[in-house]
Write a protein that binds this ligand. Structure first.
Ligand SMILES: C[S@@+](CC[C@H](N)C(=O)[O-])C[C@H]1O[C@@H](n2cnc3c(N)ncnc32)[C@H](O)[C@@H]1O
Length: 330
């Protein structure tokens, strides 16, 4: 464990991360269809590109959630109650949404310990620019994986907790993995702690498709950056112009799916793995699911994983929900 700056720890290890990246690429590229885990999107440049995506008009998710958070920031502290709270955020990104919630707790007189957890060093840098310690606000950044970070924070936390999982991060898991994940989070908390999660709702397919294929092409760059990351970190020789970004809604799964398609038959060598991989013309690499939810799906997930819904905050169009769940333990 390394202290990277005052009040910030890095619980991940760069060499181990690279080794795991190589193993995951090998597993993904020997699967059919080929796939890569979406957690590898977020190297330094990937985190900057994601920040640019959130500013695109087509990507409705961020603005809608920002409005919901503005409208719920005073109600949340009332629902939670208390004097001191540990706010733990999974995949905090640049923290610009969280800033609103933190202000709500501070305005209500809470003393707040904020533990943002993110796998990306650059996301933590961006967050540090957006949010600083102030009277009654104490920030302890953790660079690492969700569950490792939670385990680390649990060893420090003495107060009531609210775990934040904003945006549509949970949507990257399929239904079974979501349940496993939510149960792991449940295990790290005590009765009457809270989980506050973002859920992107099912909606008109044209709205969804536009959001994941923005006009300015940031999503395309974001996806292609995974190839650049493999070139830089694993010594691969991907030619970016030989791959095409493709984002599509799958109504059977209820999920947006992101792919890179190989534009021709080609072979790519990955030095770190000491082997080549063949791609057929138009063969896909699956990169990401972004599951969309109904209110029924949310209630089901909540009930199955040991929580009860305290309140659902939504918007006028019914595009997005931030759902506050209370931990139930017998
Ligand atoms: C889609 S962004 C969302 C950021 C922010 N929560 C928001 O709503 O704008 C996902 C964030 O989660 C982080 N992340 C992805 N997978 C992770 C993992 N397995 N463990 C920790 N952080 C992760 C990424 O680095 C990125 O900052």
């Amino acid at each position: 464990m390394k202290i990277t700056k005052l009040n910030e720890v890095q619980i991940s290890n760069k060499n181990k991360e690279k080794e795991q990246f190589a193993i995951d690429v090998l597993t993904g590229f020997t699967s059919s269809p080929k796939s890569l885990s979406s957690k590898y999107f977020y190297d330094d440049y990937g985190s900057q590109l994601f920040q640019a995506i959130t500013q695109q008009e087509d990507y409705y998710l961020t603005n809608i959630e920002l409005n919901i958070l503005q409208n719920s920031k005073d109600a949340l502290p009332e629902l939670v109650q208390g004097e001191e709270i540990d706010i733990i955020e999974l995949g905090a990104g640049d923290g610009h949404k969280t800033k609103i919630l933190l202000q709500g707790f501070l305005d209500s007189g809470f003393r707040v310990n904020f533990y943002p957890i993110d796998i990306s060093y650059e996301a933590m840098n961006l967050l540090n620019k957006n949010i600083q310690d102030s009277e009654n606000l104490f920030i302890h950044g953790v660079v690492g994986e969700y569950i490792d970070g939670l385990r680390y924070v649990r060893s420090l936390s003495q107060n009531q907790q609210i775990v934040l999982f904003l945006g549509s991060n949970l949507g990257n898991f399929d239904m079974v993995s979501s349940q496993v994940f939510l149960r792991k989070v449940w295990k790290s908390m005590n009765a009457a702690d809270y989980l506050f999660t973002g859920f992107d709702l099912k909606k008109d397919v044209s709205v969804l498709t536009k959001a994941y294929n923005d006009k300015q092409g940031y999503t395309r760059k974001f996806n292609l950056n995974l190839l650049t990351r493999m070139n830089n970190e694993l010594g691969a020789n991907f030619q970016l112009e030989d791959f095409q970004h493709f984002g599509v809604y799958n109504p059977r799964l209820g999920a947006m799916e992101s792919y890179l398609l190989s534009l021709k038959e080609q072979t790519v060598y990955i030095k770190e793995l000491e082997r080549s991989f063949n791609f057929d013309a138009y063969e896909p690499i699956h990169l990401e699911y972004s599951f969309k939810f109904s209110h029924k799906d949310i209630a089901f997930l909540c009930e199955q994983t040991g929580y009860k819904i305290k309140h659902n905050f939504t918007d006028e169009k019914n595009y997005f929900v931030n759902s506050l769940w209370e931990v139930v333990k017998n």
